[in-house]
Design a protein around this ligand. Structure first.
Ligand code: FAD
Ligand code: SF4
Ligand code: SF4
Length: 1010
């Protein structure tokens, strides 16, 4: 077993417990000083890891005030934090982290006339824009992390969006700010002309700042890059504007702009007043294909003269990545002319439709004049435009999902160079990468000369040396081209060292004076922008040289992650060749790069528990970090620790992350692995045993259903079950039936020799809702298929017991028992598969286990073959229909509308669309999908007393309100057993609604006379 990593900044000083104690005494918010919480806040989207002293999640402004007071008295540093999506290490440090993103997220005031909105710092850009939309305006600094970036964080980093050429950076859009300084004083910072009434503290600041700026006037003129995208250092140039786009329209001074880009080093930002813009009424997009990347970059400067709102680059690698994805291929192919080496997405907006259309014509003409006639694809409609922007985003995500120790590293990702030099910069930097045995993919904001590129480096080995060498060469070019070394992402730990390089010793000293004016004791986010560490100080790395995970005997096969990847060719070595002592599990966990994409509340599934609690601990990122710390011994020598169990407790294994996480972090699978180690060490509770072994005792329950169902019939029995087994008394349990499907005459009769289809009926549908299985059989037979019903094989020692996927065992970590069930399934179905039959199932979490968990259980080739032929019934029917082999005799139903709730696994495996497609076969039926995350029941999760509240909150996020709003003429469809149960439970009190399996709707629409 390896020793925990030695890190220089692991703080647990004598004063820390005093800090925690005093905070707990006064604040209403959460005070987190335990090792795992500190670990979860020790990283952001950078390569660094520094353990904070502790974490405060303030519930109110008063909590922050109290914390500042206590920190000042104890001399403890403070670190403001929002979504923690910074790429440069701004939000990691040995300080008290104050995370405003959970509670401090209100809109305080909106002034439509002045076109301003005032917000608390923790609100995200998406949330703000959702609030503003009904007023016809938006906040236009459209960072690509809009779902997780908080306005406090965006101001802290002086963030910039894709449309900055039209709207500017944060600094151009912040009108005023209220600050809380480290000495406990407060002040309003805004336009100088409105600050006559400022208090003593702010007046002193104003005088001091002006004096420094006057003194350094000539040096500011000499050293501050003139490009718009300059976000490094402090904005001392507010007094002598240097940016090609002045911070204010009339060049006047706004003191709030000193806080913008200050990375939490000057003050806590209490509120921000922001300028809003009218929502563009019309957009149009022209996609220009270029024969070379060089040409694209060379001609960008001509394109921007047309006044576009965005010019975004997508290079060849990204084009190919997008084309390799079947769902993106049509979109990207439709945007290309021939086989370009790069494309530029050129967007125009306008109040009327005519202006953007004319601009698009101008673009076509311009490209002709520049020697590229016929190279523009016009996209005037919103649908294709949106699809193409999605492709661009997804391309980046695929790039980030590189397996192995080498990863694309962000450190020169946002250098900004004047457009005249963009082409040369790209060409020369590409050569630099080649010389260092790596390469980068280019994308993003060509319009403002800020191209994103991340060379692939292995920070555990020679990455640090290469990083410095590449950084130095890139910096020399940036200087030569009079660009900005930090053009979007800020300084943080990776670039504070370069502030002196960029601005020279005089301005560096001036910045230190600015810091001293605001924060004389150096308590606010120390080590950022001034007095920093070296970018390649390996002691601060998340993966320092020598980083080694613990040895772990894994239950599942993680060898697909245990590989290495060539940074240039991207060739991946054989599974299991990556030297991971945790047999690939550690490398799977390390796929989380902390980008924070899981902190979202949009239409996707990920992450239901975070959506309810808003706690980092209950976020996919928080869980991945907890596992990473545990598997590398940083939470102690024991992997199966309580800290990990707690972090995973509210994970409903929905697999939302498997689909929505850009790097495919599959927490549901990781939870199985952890549960295996946990139960080995700690054993199982009665409830876990009861649920896990259900496939074994189900036949007995079906034989004596009146006894098995007593829990819900006998007064007091439910409460007793809560006390003894932890099953919530507020829940009814699924009822056991003696008329199981497998014992029915229909099932017995369905025994054909060479079936086209084998209907496998899972434990839940067999014992609790056999009508679903009957409906499936009827539909398949009506489709003209020869159907067999899956049963245990002849050599199976438990021949009479129905087949089961083992899902309940997996949930409890009983992987060996689950493997036994899986083996029975594979053995029973292999002959059918070999004969070419398709296996269809009804319950998403059970059937899809055949395509997922079965493949990491070491079940061999037969399991692989089975996976290729295992389909949800709707997938099978939709496929047959598409290929012209299905003609179900369907008549219209009395109900004209159906609302579909997708089971999480259905969504994770993209199986919801087939359900919609088959429902649309019913004449006159209008099909609508509920934009819901997990229903909250998630197998046995919602039945547990400890999870009941969270479970109901998950359901109330979107699902139950949508169901309640549905009229009586609307059918509710849900394929998941537990989803149906949750809908029944959640609507029982007022207007009970029953959800049905999709196959029941199809069966009821079968025309008996056809
Ligand atoms: C995949 C990816 C894509 C990205 N795309 C973009 C992009 O398009 N454009 C862009 O500009 N950036 C981008 N970023 C960087 C990052 O998302 C942005 O800088 C974002 O605005 C940070 O917001 P946050 O809430 O996560 O802030 P955090 O990272 O939490 O904090 C940022 C800084 O603000 C300070 N801060 C936070 N709250 C306060 C407060 N209340 N008072 C004082 N200081 C505070 C912090 O101390 C820190 O220094 C991207 C990052 C990733 C991982
Ligand atoms: S789990 Fe995925 S989405 Fe969340 S931070 Fe990690 S990589 Fe990003
Ligand atoms: S499986 Fe679901 S609940 Fe668990 S981390 Fe992933 S998205 Fe969140």
């Amino acid at each position: 077993m390896n020793a925990p990593l030695a890190r220089p900044l692991v703080f647990h000083r004598p004063g820390d417990s005093e800090l925690a104690r005093r905070l707990r005494g006064v604040v209403q918010g959460e005070v987190l000083f335990d090792r795992a919480s500190r670990g979860r806040y020790s990283t952001d989207a950078s390569i660094y890891q520094v353990e904070p002293i502790g974490v405060l999640i303030p519930r109110s402004d008063d909590d922050v005030r109290a914390a500042v007071e206590i920190c000042r008295e104890l001399g403890a540093p403070m670190l403001p934090r929002g979504g923690g999506s910074s790429q440069c290490g701004q939000t990691v440090g040995a300080a008290l982290v104050i995370d405003g993103s959970k509670h401090l997220r209100n809109v305080i005031a909106f002034d439509k006339e002045a076109m301003t909105v005032t917000v608390e710092p923790g609100i995200t850009l998406d949330a703000l824009n959702a609030w503003l939309r009904p007023h016809g305006v938006w906040f236009a600094v459209d960072v690509s992390t809009a779902a997780q970036a908080t306005l406090g964080g965006m101001a802290g980093n002086n963030s910039c969006g894709s449309r900055s050429i039209a709207y500017g950076n944060m600094v151009h859009n912040v009108a005023a700010a209220e600050a809380l300084f480290a000495d406990g004083t407060e002040g309003w910072l805004g336009p100088e002309r409105e600050m006559q009434g400022a208090g003593e503290r702010v007046r002193a600041l104003m005088t001091g700042l002006r004096a420094i700026a006057e003194r350094e006037c000539d040096e500011i003129e000499r050293q501050v890059p003139k490009v718009m995208r300059r976000v490094g250092g402090y904005n001392l140039d507010v007094f002598h504007p240097q940016s090609e786009r002045p911070y204010t329209a009339d060049g006047s001074v706004n003191y709030a702009h000193l806080l913008v880009g200050s990375e939490g080093t000057l003050a806590w930002t209490r509120t921000l007043t922001l300028k809003v813009a009218p929502l563009p009424k019309h957009r149009t997009l022209g996609v220009v294909s270029f024969p070379t990347l060089y040409k694209a970059m060379e001609l960008t400067k001509h394109i921007v003269t047309l006044g576009p709102s965005a010019v975004e680059l997508v290079d060849r690698t990204m084009i190919e990545l997008a084309r390799s994805n079947p769902s993106f291929r049509p979109t990207i192919d439709g945007a290309l002319v021939g086989e370009p080496d790069a494309i530029l997405l050129v967007e125009f907006t306008g109040e009327d439709g005519e202006t953007p259309r004319r601009r698009l014509d101008d673009l076509v003409a311009l490209m002709g004049d520049l020697g590229l006639p016929g190279q523009v694809v016009r996209m005037p409609d919103a649908g294709p435009q949106k699809a193409l922007w999605e492709v661009r985003k997804a391309g980046l995500n695929i790039m980030m999902s590189m397996k192995g120790d080498g990863k694309p590293v962000s450190f020169i990702e946002d250098c900004a160079v004047p457009l005249d030099h963009l082409a040369d910069y790209v060409a020369r930097l590409t050569e630099v990468f080649e010389r260092h045995g790596t390469r980068g993919t280019w994308y993003a904001h060509a319009s403002v000369g800020t191209l994103h590129v991340r060379p692939v480096l292995d920070m555990r080995r020679d990455g640090a040396a290469k990083m410095r060498a590449i950084a130095e060469e890139a910096a020399a070019m940036v200087r030569q081209y009079k660009g900005a070394y930090s053009g979007e992402h800020g300084d943080g730990l990776v670039r504070t060292e370069w502030v002196g390089w960029q601005f020279g010793p005089r301005l560096t000293r001036a910045f230190e004076e600015v810091k001293a004016l605001f924060d004389p004791d150096g308590l606010m986010n120390p080590g950022k922008i001034v007095r920093g560490t070296k970018m390649d100080d390996a002691r601060l790395f998340r993966y320092p040289p020598g980083y080694t995970p613990l040895k772990l005997d894994t239950a599942l096969d993680w060898s697909a992650w245990d590989v290495n990847c060539d940074p240039v060719t991207e060739a991946v070595t054989a599974p299991g060749s990556g030297n991971d002592p945790a047999k690939g599990f550690a490398k799977a966990v390390e796929m989380c790069n902390n980008n924070g994409h899981c902190r979202k509340f949009d239409a996707g599934t990920m992450c239901p528990s975070y959506r309810v609690t808003r706690n980092e601990e209950h976020l996919t990122r928080g869980r991945a970090n907890t596992l990473r710390l545990a598997v590398s011994g940083q939470l102690g020598p024991d992997f199966a620790s309580e800290a990990v169990r707690e972090a995973l407790d509210l994970c409903v294994s929905c697999k939302g992350c498997r689909r929505d996480c850009p790097t495919g972090v599959d927490m549901a699978k990781m939870k199985i692995e952890f549960a295996f180690h946990w139960q080995k060490k700690h054993g199982l509770s009665l409830k876990d045993k009861l649920v896990a072994h259900m496939p074994k005792w189900a036949p007995w329950a079906a034989r004596f259903p009146f006894i098995a169902n007593l829990r819900d019939a006998l007064p007091g029995a439910a409460r007793l079950s809560e006390r003894i087994a932890g099953l919530s008394a507020k829940r009814t349990l699924p009822q056991w039936r003696s008329d199981t499907f497998l014992s029915s005459r229909a099932a017995q009769a369905a025994a054909v020799d060479r079936p086209d289809v084998v209907l496998w009926v899972d434990t839940f549908n067999n014992y609790h809702e056999p009508e679903n299985a009957h409906a499936a059989l009827r539909v398949l037979q009506a489709g003209g298929y020869r159907v067999a019903v899956a049963r245990a094989g002849a050599s199976d020692a438990e021949r009479d017991r129905p087949l089961c996927c083992g899902r309940t065992y997996l949930g409890a970590g009983l992987v060996d028992e689950a493997k036994h069930e899986a083996r029975r399934m594979v053995d029973a179905l292999a002959p059918h598969v070999a004969a070419g039959a398709t296996v269809v199932g009804l319950e998403p979490s059970c059937l899809l286990a055949l395509r997922d968990e079965f493949l990491v259980m070491g079940l061999g080739d037969e399991a692989q073959h089975l996976a290729t032929r295992a389909l949800m019934i709707e997938e099978f029917l939709a496929r047959e229909q598409r290929e012209g082999r299905l003609a179900l005799p369907l008549k219209s139903l009395p109900q004209k509308k159906v609302l579909v709730h997708g089971h999480c696994h259905q969504k994770a495996f993209d199986v919801l669309n087939p359900a919609v497609a088959v429902l649309k076969l019913i004449p006159g039926l209008q099909v609508e999908v509920i934009e819901s995350s997990c229903c909250g029941m998630a197998g046995s999760f919602g039945y547990e007393a400890a999870h009941y509240d969270v479970s109901m909150k998950m359901a109330e996020l979107a699902l139950l309100p949508a169901v309640r709003a549905a009229g009586d003429d609307t059918l509710i469809v849900a394929d998941g057993t537990s989803c149906r149960h949750q809908i029944a439970d959640g609507t029982r009190a007022i207007r009970p609604r029953e959800a049905v399996h999709v196959v029941r709707v199809l069966a009821s629409a079968l025309d008996p006379v056809a």
